[in-house]
Design a binder for this molecule. Structure first.
Ligand code: KG4
Length: 357
């Protein structure tokens, strides 16, 4: 479907899929007027992972103040918003519901349309944010098809996309997501939560070839991933060393962090290269929290043999600017979601079809 780019469309994006309460106002798919993310990291840190009940209670407290702050930062009032957008999938049911019900209420009161957004696609759209120069290049139909590699705390997926709004998941994790593996391995190594940044930091002091760790499912013949075996291998090494020395040495922790990080990055790269070649894509967008990882970025830039696009680092993890940015492409095609169709785990495609994930 041809995309027409109209000026000054201000979209209020709302995101409560997991453990961030976020709201942002984005103009024309790329320009962030105001973006607020209230992170729950401290609330979940002591559990080493996300506790859904705690996440939902925090979203309820934060959602209205976060929206108000985003509007204030944008110097806009609610009546100046043209469209609402909310992420409806994937995520935690009781977390998603808070964003969805808030967006519905605002849409009823303001009499403005809503766009339901799939978070995986919005992570890819994050590459456009604050990149006006790049916006023109990437919205040029000649830059497509593209492959998205979305690597977050809850998902690892390869997605084939013909344009924004027109995509198909071609592979995903069969167990842990890449970010989840980072979080669990960091917990095993006593490095804290969230695990990704902690492992990345610690890996700088370690030897990436110190341990010969598995690269799971590289020869599975499909584009699925599995990270639980890698995590179990780390657990075995930890147990072997804890038996003989009672606690892990600092060097061993650094070496395991570096070896684990390298194994994840190599696995992601190889799967992406084979999907890119099979579907003859013209470039790869990498999004989601793990896309902030420097080794991943450097490796893809150096070894992909195709253009690799990453969002700026602070826009890799969950935020609402990517939701407001992504909705622009739906709004341009006048694809909105009816109140009664706005549900967790549902997403409306740009062709107007309701999909369940
Ligand atoms: O996209 P995101 O906010 O997703 C979910 O909430 O699901 O990403 C969060 C995930 C966490 O698992 C975190 O450990 C990981 O992204 N992460 C990283 C890095 N920064 C965040 N993983 C590896 N390296 C990083 N620098």
């Amino acid at each position: 479907m041809e995309q027409i780019f109209q000026l000054s469309l201000r979209i209020l994006g709302i995101e409560t899929a997991v453990d961030e309460t976020a709201a942002a106002i984005v103009e024309n798919g790329w320009h962030i007027l105001g973006s607020v993310v209230s992170s729950q990291v401290d609330l979940h840190a002591e559990f080493g992972g996300i506790v859904p009940e705690i996440a939902a209670r925090s979203h309820i407290q934060q959602i209205i103040p976060v929206i108000k702050r985003a509007l204030k930062d944008s110097r806009l009032s609610l009546s100046e918003i043209d469209i609402l957008a909310v992420s409806t999938t994937p995520g935690l049911l009781i977390a998603l519901l808070i964003g969805i019900e808030t967006a519905k209420a605002l849409s009823l009161v303001l009499k403005k349309p809503i766009v339901s957004i799939n978070d995986l696609e919005s992570h890819a759209c994050a590459v456009l944010l604050e990149r006006k120069d790049f916006f023109k290049q990437i919205t040029d139909p000649r830059s497509w098809p593209l492959l998205y590699l979305i690597v977050s705390g809850g998902t690892t997926a390869l997605i084939l996309a013909q344009s924004f709004g027109n995509f198909q998941i071609i592979g995903q994790t069969r167990d842990d997501a890449a970010g989840e593996a980072f979080d669990k391995v960091a917990k095993l190594l006593g490095l804290g939560y969230p695990g990704g940044p902690a492992i990345e930091k610690r890996a700088q002091e370690g030897k990436p070839n110190a341990f010969d760790l598995p690269r799971p499912m590289l020869h599975s013949g499909d584009f699925d991933f599995s990270f639980s075996g890698l995590k179990t291998r780390i657990l075995q090494v930890v147990k072997e060393h804890q038996d003989s020395f009672s606690s892990l040495s600092e060097n061993l922790i650094s070496d395991l962090a570096a070896s684990f990080q390298k194994a994840v990055v190599e696995t992601l790269l190889k799967k992406t290269v084979s999907a890119a070649s099979k579907f003859a894509v013209k470039g790869v967008i990498v999004g989601g929290g793990v896309a902030a990882n420097s080794l991943l970025r450097e490796t893809f830039y150096a070894q992909l043999a195709l253009p690799a696009y990453f969002p700026v680092k602070h826009l890799c993890t969950d935020n609402a600017a990517m939701v407001g940015g992504c909705a622009y492409f739906y709004a341009q095609n006048e694809v909105f979601t009816k109140q009664e169709e706005l549900k967790p785990f549902y997403h409306k495609t740009i062709q107007g079809k309701l999909c369940e994930y």
